[in-house]
Write a protein that binds this ligand. Structure first.
Ligand code: BYC
Length: 320
């Protein structure tokens, strides 16, 4: 295709997405659109998979059978989300094995939030309430993203995230209404997870290199700062309702803006974590690599079975 033809195609593509049409796998799309989506969807898939680790830590130590069942279901949902998202990336021509290798080697990014430790049961509450709460704020807009398979995957994912958020908030509610030691445990978890949750939305809009193009292509529908503000506005009253305090001395309702003002986020910490130097980055990658190595026999058995089925089907077709 000549350069002029590509420019025409790009202009037509931009009009197409601006009119709220969905892009499907076989449609023409600019190469950069495809690459941006593979980057974002695969990072999202990796986040779901790595996101199972901090919580899996507590499955065998959940305080009751009811809590254990709910946590187990949540972690299983996350595995499922990872699988839908890898499949969505495959519809764009990405090779799943390569994506997984990039995660295991440390080349690919995943959400900064999963590089923090989970020392107490209250961390399960804080993750469900805040981390899934932040994930919902971000992902509800992704149900309207321009790429069809990603948008459709997000509808189911958001329904499940909503259950995750409630199970987390309910844990926090119970702890906050419990003994002084339990309430302190809940407050301590909120203190540790609040700021990292705000970082999940990514850098501020003026430091977000991918945002402008992604908004133009309707991949992202709201900016990092808009979503962060929405999350804060929704979450502060929830903390007040259960008698916990947000660890931000600068947090204040601003009647003029109709939003909460909040303090400065520690962006050095954020960039340090995404560069691989957070508290748990090495531990998380080591755990993923171990699980991948230990699962080798399962992959081999599944491939051998698939091959056997393929040969059997081939024989049946040629006999017919
Ligand atoms: N952590 O230009 P920007 C979940 C990177 S999991 C790490 O604003 P973009 C859940 C960014 O990738 C939640 N990296 O980027 C699972 C970019 O780097 P590259 C995961 C981050 O893509 C289990 C650079 O910083 N959700 O739901 O326009 C249990 C510049 O940023 C982070 C998703 O993945 C971060 N926090 O916007 C519970 C949702 N933030 O690639 C819950 C889908 C930024 O240029 N993703 N970076 O080297 C998105 O919506 C967008 O990718 C982001 C970032 C808003 C995250």
């Amino acid at each position: 295709m000549s350069k002029e033809e590509i420019l025409n195609m790009e202009a037509r593509f931009e009009r197409y997405v601006a009119e709220e049409n969905k892009v499907e796998p076989k449609d023409w799309m600019p190469e950069k659109y495809r690459k941006t989506l593979i980057r974002q969807i695969s990072q999202h898939a990796h986040s779901e998979v790595v996101g199972m680790l901090p919580e899996a830590n507590w499955i065998s130590r959940a305080p009751s059978l009811r809590r254990k069942v709910a946590l187990l279901a949540k972690v299983q949902d996350e595995a499922g989300h990872g699988l839908y998202l890898y499949s969505a990336a495959e519809t764009l021509g990405a090779d799943r094995q390569q994506l997984v290798e990039d995660l295991l080697s440390g080349k690919a990014k995943y959400s900064s939030i999963f590089n923090y430790p989970t020392p107490t049961w209250a961390d399960m509450g804080a993750i469900g309430w805040l981390v899934d709460g932040a994930a919902i704020a971000n992902q509800v807009m992704l149900c309207r993203t321009s790429y069809g398979p990603y948008a459709r995957a997000m509808v189911k994912i958001c329904k499940e995230e909503s259950f995750h958020q409630r199970q987390g908030y309910e844990i926090m509610m119970a702890l906050a209404a419990g003994t002084p030691a339990q309430k302190k445990m809940a407050q301590d978890a909120l203190n540790r997870w609040w700021w990292p949750s705000l970082m999940m939305f990514g850098p501020t809009d003026d430091h977000s290199p991918n945002s402008a193009q992604s908004m133009k292509w309707r991949i992202k529908r709201k900016s990092n700062d808009e979503l962060r503000q929405e999350f804060i506005d929704k979450t502060v009253p929830q903390a007040e309702f259960i008698g916990l305090s947000i660890p931000d001395p600068d947090l204040k309702w601003n009647a003029e803006r109709g939003h909460y003002d909040f303090g400065e986020i520690n962006w050095d910490e954020f960039y340090n974590v995404i560069a691989g130097n957070g508290k748990c980055n090495r531990e998380r990658l080591a755990a993923r690599n171990k699980a991948h190595d230990e699962g080798k026999w399962v992959r081999e058995a599944a491939n051998a079975y698939a091959e056997k089925q393929r040969v059997r089907q081939q024989k049946q077709t040629s006999a017919a």
